[in-house]
Write a protein that binds this ligand. Structure first.
Ligand SMILES: *Cc1c(COP(=O)(O)O)cnc(C)c1O
Length: 464
């Protein structure tokens, strides 16, 4: 930078006195404004803030304002999921229903009877709030809620297997995602893993011949995120329960997603239902709160009273105990099932149940509102995700952007940089916005983002 340009950069004190800085000082505490202006001036002196034209008081204050804006913005924020993956773990899995959000607000705003028995006027248990509802919905005698399903499985094994042997089929030694591997969890629980059968075939006789004096339980893990087809045999839960009954062992079933609704009613393969597994006689069934249930992150354990009581008295239960807002949102979510309104009120089920015709109508309306020649309506295939229904798709509709001169990566990055950020899918060298996972209320933001893409200088297409 030439010396005279550098000399024209104002001092911090002068900039603080400038009329342009006044609104900044009204919006933020003085020490934050000083820091932001100082950093902006340092950039200006180093010549890294985009050139001489940007050295006026007005521009410098605007840069400090942007800096403060991004500094104060929470890192965790809402995004629009246009990937077509309904239970997207990286995007926070299940959105909550309106009733669940209201229930969270109600208990978060003040005190609650979280661990207080209002009738007796004495200490109560946080674990009792959901038991009657879960009994009615699943047929289980007892229940326990923990922070997520990974901790549910760890707790079940630690409490019921007591450092002894757990038998599991080789076909179920799975990695769930994010490096969460069932064999590692077994090891953490202090239990000894006994693998039986082969990758593709495990018979009840394999379990029976592996039982020793050290065996405490039989574990079934739902193969939630992959499929084995062809020459395959899985031992049924019922067979495992019968065998365990004759040998004085327990059966724990890790369902992963677990559903309370019959997925086949929505054109999908059958996902194991919690009430079926309880009906088959599993001692404990564990599943996630934020997968197909459509509620908050939680691990839900239902099953026989004696097994649940053993879990409740284990020290890990204290380490894994859920927060009051989790219990409140879970109760509201489960109530939708009891009222038989789950596929209207729970966002995950509303997305699964949405007709493909309705999605096509929305896609056409978006195209009419942003009629660029690089934009088309496209039939797509959405997935449930979140470790459920691998290989299954739901017919869907989206908007496809076929982009020269920019690359699909550049366009996807522009969508992510928007406010709100939009996370798209890239397929066949196109950027696709799948509408099955976009709430109808978000269509206006999608239209605005598309118009922004078209209107920007150096944008990808003509303004209509
Ligand atoms: C997803 C999953 C888990 C872990 O559940 P989180 O709620 O994510 O902790 C455990 N087991 C199976 C089979 C799963 O699919």
């Amino acid at each position: 930078m030439p010396d005279d340009a550098r000399r024209s950069i104002p001092s911090l004190d002068r900039l603080l006195q400038a009329s342009e800085a006044r609104s900044l000082l009204e919006s933020y505490p003085r020490h934050l404004v000083v820091d932001a202006l100082r950093a902006t001036l340092a950039e200006a002196r180093a010549g890294t803030n985009g050139g001489l034209a940007l050295l006026s008081d007005e521009h410098l204050v605007a840069q400090a304002n942007d800096r403060l804006g991004s500094q104060m913005r929470p890192s965790l924020r809402p995004v629009i999921n246009a990937t077509g993956v309904i239970l997207h773990t990286n995007l926070g899995r299940a959105p909550l229903s309106r009733a669940a959000r209201q229930a969270m607000e109600a208990v978060a705003a003040g005190y609650s009877n979280l661990e207080y028995d209002l009738e007796a006027g004495e200490r109560g248990s946080r674990h009792e709030h959901l038991t009657p509802l879960l009994q009615r919905l699943t047929g289980a005698e007892a229940s326990l809620i923990v922070n997520n399903n990974a901790s549910a499985v760890l707790l079940a094994l630690a409490a019921l297997a007591e450092m002894r042997e757990v038998i599991i089929s080789r076909s179920q030694l799975v990695e769930i995602g994010g490096g969460f591997r069932i064999p590692d969890v077994l090891r953490q629980s202090g239990t000894h893993l006994v693998e039986v059968g082969t990758t593709n075939r495990t018979y009840i006789g394999d379990y029976a011949s592996a039982i020793t004096d050290e065996t405490r339980l039989l574990l079934r893990v739902h193969a939630s995120n992959f499929q084995i087809t062809g020459f395959v045999h899985e031992t049924s839960l019922l067979e495992m329960v019968e065998l365990a009954g004759t040998r004085g062992l327990r059966v724990v079933d890790d369902l992963g997603s677990g559903s309370l609704l019959a997925t086949e009613r929505y054109g999908l393969a059958h996902e194991p239902m919690v009430q079926e597994c309880i009906g088959d006689g599993a001692d404990l069934v564990c599943f996630s709160g934020d997968k197909l249930l459509g509620g908050p992150q939680a691990g839900i354990i239902v099953g026989k009273a004696a097994a649940v009581a053993t879990l409740r008295s284990h020290p890990l239960t204290r380490a894994f105990r859920p927060d009051k807002t989790t219990l409140a949102t879970l109760h509201a979510t489960l109530t939708h099932y009891e009222r038989q309104e789950a596929d209207r009120e729970i966002p995950v089920w509303r997305m699964i149940a949405e007709t493909v015709g309705a999605l096509e109508v929305r896609a056409a309306a978006i195209l009419r509102a942003a009629p660029f020649d690089w934009l088309t309506v496209l039939p797509t295939a959405a997935t449930v995700g979140g470790g459920s229904l691998p290989g299954e798709t739901l017919p869907s509709y989206g908007l496809a952007i076929a982009p020269p001169p920019q690359t699909v990566q550049e366009i996807a990055a522009r969508f992510r940089a928007g406010d709100p950020p939009i996370v798209a899918r890239i397929a066949d060298d196109r950027v696709v916005l799948d509408l099955r996972t976009v709430a109808p209320e978000e269509d206006a933001s999608v239209i605005a983002a598309l118009r922004g893409l078209g209107a920007q200088p150096g944008g990808i297409g003509r303004v209509p």
